[in-house]
Design a protein around this ligand. Sequence first.
Ligand SMILES: [Zn+2]
Ligand SMILES: [Zn+2]
Length: 66
Amino acid sequence: MEMRYCPGCRASRVVEQPPCLDGHEDCPEWACTECGLGIVYGWLDADTAAAAGAASSAAATRRRSA
Ligand SMILES: [Zn+2]
Ligand SMILES: [Zn+2]
């Protein structure tokens, strides 16, 4: 079980990871179990080190499609 800040609830909520269709080893996509809001932490590539601050800087929306 994982707790994350949900911008929909404006509170820490339990989040769950939906099935990943992209084959991420460590998928950045989460969904709030309270309001169902999808939460994505930075669109990081699976092999990109999650450097502190990477997610808080402008969320890179580019996704490597393959
Ligand atoms: Zn929520
Ligand atoms: Zn994924």
